[in-house]
Design a protein around this ligand. Structure first.
Ligand code: NQM
Length: 368
């Protein structure tokens, strides 16, 4: 006998994943992880016996519950099922999957629509930070149709505005977790930053790259990937993250001058595979680097001025615009708010079937 667990398959921004109500999953964390791994396809790189798409961007899970926190509607716990490994990682959050949390919460009745536009206040459990999602709810129903375009997703959809009132130091405790605007590790200059996502900013040219290579080209470059991971492992403790061997943060973003009319160009490893675009909060962290005087970004962008700049972050499949509200009185601007545009869509609702062996303490391949 298999166990049927209700879940929704959603595209959130340029990612895709399974969305669960917390109350439909086991409360014990080890068992819950085994159930989620079984749902996704366990440690198999092809995830053939599960719902995962054999890529980090399609091996994601959202667990959503009503929140007890004052002024907050729902708690959102993000779970990355690590492709090809029989484990989950709870260290990052995901700003793309986040976009689907509002529609899911409305459709599941955790939040009631409030006129034509509804604000869903989300507590991101992985980081403790808050996001306000503004969702079109004409006639009290979530709207998925609209004219918003996001790079990396074909067609158009209803806009979801994501506002982060206080993203800095989400996982590392500070916007500049090493305390420095630049650091040097193994002869490479970097800026370590956390404006919603821990990211290491590096110059593509320091690795003999133009920064315009395709993700496929970069993914074939084993020497590059190994060098980046070596730096990542050294920088993890310096960024207050400790040993990041098994973690998918920090992400590593190779920077170069913009070539498509934006402010800066990126190729981002998440952290072992090059992203076809860039993560939402990854982009927010690159954008934050662009407004910090003396950061590595300064080598490619002229300083972005004003108290409400929009930073256009180029990536392999387009660009990502990040709007910020800044207090520019001090030496380093203080980010008061970050705003981004996403779309999301429910793709399927139903139940995912969990093999009986999982409840007996074994993963799908029987290893745990
Ligand atoms: O940075 C990619 C994605 C993400 C995460 C990643 C994300 C974010 O594109 O907030 O959205 O694994 O870095 O979904």
């Amino acid at each position: 006998m298999q166990t049927a667990i209700p879940c929704v398959l959603m595209r959130g921004g340029s990612s895709k994943g399974l969305y669960f109500l917390g109350s439909d999953l086991p409360t014990e964390e080890g068992l819950r992880s085994r159930v989620l791994l079984a749902a996704m396809g366990g440690g198999d790189p092809r995830q053939i016996d599960g719902m995962g798409g054999a890529h980090p961007l399609t091996s994601k899970i959202a667990i959503i519950s009503s929140s007890d926190q004052p002024g907050v509607d729902v708690d959102y716990l993000f779970v990355q099922a690590v492709v090809g490994e029989d484990r989950v990682d709870l260290s990052p959050t995901c700003g793309n999957i986040l976009a689907g949390v509002g529609p899911f919460a409305l459709e599941k009745g955790l939040v009631t629509a409030n006129g034509d536009m509804t604000v869903v206040r989300v507590h991101m459990v992985n980081t403790g930070k808050i996001c306000e999602l503004l969702i079109a709810t004409p006639g009290g129903q979530v709207s998925y149709e609209g004219d918003a375009v996001i790079d990396g997703v074909p067609g158009t959809g209803s806009p979801i505005i994501c506002d982060f009132p206080d993203a800095a130091g989400s996982s590392c405790g500070a916007l500049l977790p090493t305390g420095n605007v630049r650091d040097r590790v193994d002869g490479v200059e970097v800026t370590c930053i956390d404006s919603g996502m821990p990211v290491v900013l590096l110059r593509a040219s320091d690795f003999g790259l133009s920064g315009q290579e395709t993700p496929a080209e970069l993914n074939q470059n084993e020497a590059l990937k190994s060098r980046l991971n070596g730096l990542r492992l050294k920088l993890g403790p310096m960024m207050n993250l400790g040993d990041v061997t098994d973690w998918v943060v920090p992400k590593m973003s190779l920077l170069s001058a913009a070539e498509k009319g934006g402010n800066i160009s990126t190729r981002t490893f998440i952290p072992h595979v090059c992203h076809e675009a860039i993560g939402v909060l990854g982009a927010a962290s690159v954008a934050a680097g662009c407004i910090i005087p003396g950061s590595i970004c300064e080598d490619f962008t002229s300083t972005i001025s004003g108290t409400a700049p929009t930073v256009s972050v180029e990536h392999p499949s387009g660009h990502f615009d990040v709007t910020m509200a800044l207090n520019t009185e001090g030496e380093i601007p203080v980010i008061k708010k970050i705003g981004l545009l996403r779309t999301a869509r429910t793709l399927m609702t139903g139940s995912v079937m969990i093999p009986a062996s999982v409840w007996a303490g074994r993963s799908q391949n029987g290893s745990v």
